[in-house]
Design a protein around this ligand. Structure first.
Ligand code: MTE
Length: 318
């Protein structure tokens, strides 16, 4: 059963908690930078103050499970391997290219992007197509903050994201026997502009009060909590504003099984399995530390996002 958040309904246009004195925010970034340099960041408590009204109050998944049971095909097809194989993935001097229908194209330092935005903790569910789910205390900023700063043109109808392509550093991208590669690289995802501007859509930089570890998509990944986990693209190096609906990686790989929207929907089964139930991973044990629960429409976020799909046939736009 989902425990509904009882806090008052947020005002989407300008929630009070969004407004922060910029100098206070920059000071906080400097503090974090200093702590990172001294190796103290891992023990940094979240300083966000007020809890977000968008967060769920459900029991959180253990940090161990969140960081040791991952889908990250750039490192491995197994869920246990990314934690080991991505351990030494260095993200220093990370840059993000901004392209397409936008007034401010360019290549931006990740550190500079962080100076433009306000970050806070949000506790969101992550529900995978393979019927497991987690509740994760993510840390990051609303994608819409960045989009507003970049100023897309009126032609921009979708946002496309790309993950780093670097087979030297991401062993899963190397071609194996018979020139085999699990996916067509780089990993690509996309959102309609109104989905991208929804306040639930997060750019994540941390979890459990620490910088996001490589296996979860360091240093910058997307979280779209009402969609299946594959929409939440990791280790982003490119954001492109486009007119046409992008073809995302899983849609390209298996178009009958994965669509563009990928909205969590218990009434629309995957062609090979039902999506009506999920296994909520809570503690460290993947055997005893789980609970089978009913999947909620839009992953329990319908009150915030159902209006985006009014009049659409969701069994066709899956
Ligand atoms: N992003 C990239 N670049 N490569 C991937 O393989 N896997 C996706 C998504 N983002 C994936 C990705 C899938 S299928 C899921 S369920 C989530 O990441 C898993 O995120 P987590 O490991 O933080 O739980």
């Amino acid at each position: 059963m989902l425990i509904k958040n009882t806090r008052s309904k947020p005002d989407f246009n300008c929630p009070e908690y969004e407004i922060t004195d910029e100098s206070a925010f920059i000071n906080r970034r400097q503090l974090i930078k200093g702590m990172a340099a001294s190796g103290a960041l891992s023990s940094l408590p979240i300083l966000a103050g007020k809890a977000s009204p968008y967060s769920t109050s459900e029991q959180k998944t253990s940090e161990y499970s969140i960081t040791h049971y991952n889908n990250f095909y750039e490192f491995s097809l197994s869920k246990e391997e990314p934690a080991k194989k991505a351990k030494n993935f260095v993200t220093n001097n990370w840059q993000v290219a901004v392209e397409g229908e936008v007034e401010s194209p360019g290549v931006y330092d990740f550190e500079d992007i962080l100076k433009w935005v306000q970050q806070e903790e949000r506790i969101y569910r992550l529900r995978c197509v393979e019927a497991w789910s987690m509740v994760v205390p993510w840390y990051g900023f609303e994608l819409r903050q960045l989009i507003k700063r970049l100023k897309p043109t009126s032609k921009a109808k979708y946002v496309q994201f790309e993950t780093l392509y670097d087979p030297e550093r991401m062993p899963g991208q190397r071609r194996g026997v018979f020139n085999f590669s699990s996916l067509d690289w780089p990993y690509v995802e996309g959102l309609r502009m109104d989905e991208a501007m929804n306040p639930l859509t997060l750019m994540v930089t941390g979890l459990y009060g620490k910088n996001i570890p490589p296996q979860n998509g360091a240093p910058l990944r997307l979280i779209v909590p009402w969609k299946y986990g594959f929409k939440s693209i990791k280790s982003i190096v490119k954001i492109k504003f486009v007119e046409k609906q992008p073809v995302n990686t899983w849609q390209k790989t298996a178009p009958k099984e994965y669509g563009f929207y990928a909205n969590v929907n218990p009434d629309v089964p995957h062609p090979r399995w039902s999506q009506a139930k999920e296994r909520r991973i809570l503690s460290e044990s993947l055997f005893s530390g789980t609970r089978r629960i009913k999947t909620e429409f839009l992953n329990g976020y319908a009150e915030h996002v159902a209006h985006l799909y009014k009049g659409m046939d969701l069994s066709r736009h899956f």
